[in-house]
Design a protein around this ligand. Structure first.
Ligand code: CA
Length: 231
């Protein structure tokens, strides 16, 4: 298996060096960029398996970069972890809503960062199952790693895909946030239960344009369920 390639977008050289050192030692191939322009050049040159994006960059904010990567169909599937010195809860939510797959607050230990990277990579890799599941107009194609509604592909980020694919293969059952964290996020201890809500919101938004967002149902006091039947 070839080494996974991680792009670090961070203008502070000492931090970039520290991260790059830890990642190389963990067996990753590392690419570096000091601003979003250099990041784009790197991405075009060779698509990374994951991108670490610092929030504060000289030419454009890391959040804007993440947003634009998630809008572009060529880069939408590349997982992004945002790095930031801002520990505010609101920033964290905007980071995730901007399309980031996870969020790490500075200062972080190399070990924590590595755990997060591995968890994100694990959940963004294609589902083991090749099954095709159809429910209420949605069709999950595990082998093709996509969900379609009629002729159209439902645009989903890696986490939303995992979430929807879990729901569709476990329809009608209610799952609590902690069960979802366990099953969809691989029990990553650094991910909080709130994260589940953020991704549920994103998933509903993606399904909204196909008029099937009602399939993701909130069960008060219990969690979430996928069902094509009205509540
Ligand atoms: Ca910075």
């Amino acid at each position: 298996m070839t080494a996974r390639r991680i792009l670090i977008v961070e203008d502070e050289r000492p931090i970039r060096d520290m991260i790059a050192f830890g990642l190389r030692r963990a067996g990753f191939e590392v690419a570096e960029a000091e601003d979003t322009r250099a990041a784009r050049a790197e991405i075009t040159d060779r698509r990374p398996d994951l991108i670490l994006v610092d929030w504060m960059l000289p030419d454009m904010s890391g959040l804007e970069l993440t947003r634009s990567l998630k809008k572009d169909k060529d880069t939408r599937d590349v997982p992004v972890i945002m790095l930031t010195a801002r520990a505010e809860e609101q920033d964290k939510v905007s980071g995730l809503e901007g399309g980031a797959d996870d969020y790490v607050t500075k200062p972080f230990s190399p070990r924590e960062l590595l755990a997060r990277i591995n968890a994100v990579l694990r959940r963004s890799s294609p589902a083991a199952s090749d099954e095709v599941v159809a429910a209420g107009g949605l069709r999950l194609d595990g082998a093709g790693h996509r969900v379609t509604c009629g002729e159209a592909t439902v645009p989903l980020g890696p986490t939303e895909y995992r979430l929807l694919s879990f729901f569709m293969t476990h329809a009608e059952r209610v799952y609590s946030r902690s069960q979802l964290l366990d099953r969809v996020w691989g029990g990553n201890v650094y991910v909080e239960e709130r994260t589940v809500d953020v991704h549920i919101r994103r998933l509903r938004k993606a399904l909204e344009s196909f008029n099937v967002d009602s399939y993701i149902q909130t069960v008060r006091g219990a969690g979430y369920r996928f069902s094509t039947r009205p509540t």
